[in-house]
Design a binder for this molecule. Structure first.
Ligand code: SAH
Length: 204
């Protein structure tokens, strides 16, 4: 089954609370609690596609922002292993339970600040960030393997550019800008902090 067919089969209702289940089959973002949202399926699919996971399912993937675990399921289905980091304990635990029930055994969960990556298991073939950063966290590009690909929304709080970052064989970073997107903010050391709260008014 290819990515598109799998995404169609994956029941998004399993990843949202009862009150939102009736919207689960619409192509819209939905709340997942704690002021966080799950993106619309078409965007999840697009971002996963941009990663170009190895066709033999050998990729080792780092995901920042586990959230509901919906995106994690897509990654886990088409890669060797997924390392997923979420800062909100309740969301991480809920996602782990759901994905465990779906039978995924190739996912490792961490509760913590994903803007710093997950250094213990680096390097990663692919990195996907599903929260908006004010700039590209160098900790993450450092943890990307040569020949690797990373997808991350970067920009001010109201709208971001979806970036595809590639690292060539020589370790050089190349950045390609794709569509505009709106994500909740990436917090933490290399994301948005209380200190730079006001920066969006300064054209950051
Ligand atoms: N991909 C998710 C949606 C993620 S919403 C899904 O399919 O449901 C963005 C998530 O990023 C939120 O759950 C938020 O808590 C988390 N997040 C924000 N900053 C983070 C950080 N520094 N480290 C880890 N997770 C973070």
């Amino acid at each position: 089954m290819d990515l598109k067919a799998f995404a169609k089969k994956l029941d998004r209702a399993l990843f949202v609370e009862d009150e939102y289940k009736r919207y689960a089959y619409d192509d819209c973002a939905l709340p997942i609690g704690f002021e966080q949202t799950i993106s619309q399926p078409s965007l999840v699919l697009k971002m996963t596609g941009m990663l170009e996971l190895a066709p033999d399912k050998s990729s080792k993937v780092l995901e920042i922002g586990t959230g509901s675990g919906y995106q994690t399921a897509l990654l886990a289905e088409f890669s060797d292993s997924v390392y997923t980091v979420e800062k909100i304990k309740e969301l991480s635990e809920k996602a782990e339970k759901r994905l465990g029930e779906l039978g995924y055994k190739n996912i490792k969960y961490k509760i913590g600040d994903g803007s710093e990556g997950w250094i213990e298991n680096f390097p990663y073939d692919r990195i996907i960030v599903t929260a908006a950063a004010s700039k590209v966290p160098t900790e993450l590009t450092n943890q990307l393997k040569a020949g690797g690909r990373m997808v991350i929304p970067v920009g001010p709080r109201n709208v971001q550019e979806l970036l595809l970052i590639t690292k060539d064989k020589e370790g050089q970073i190349h950045i390609h800008s794709d569509v505009n997107v709106v994500f909740v903010e990436l917090r933490g050391k290399y994301g948005w902090t209380e200190k730079n709260q006001g920066d969006r008014f300064n054209g950051l």
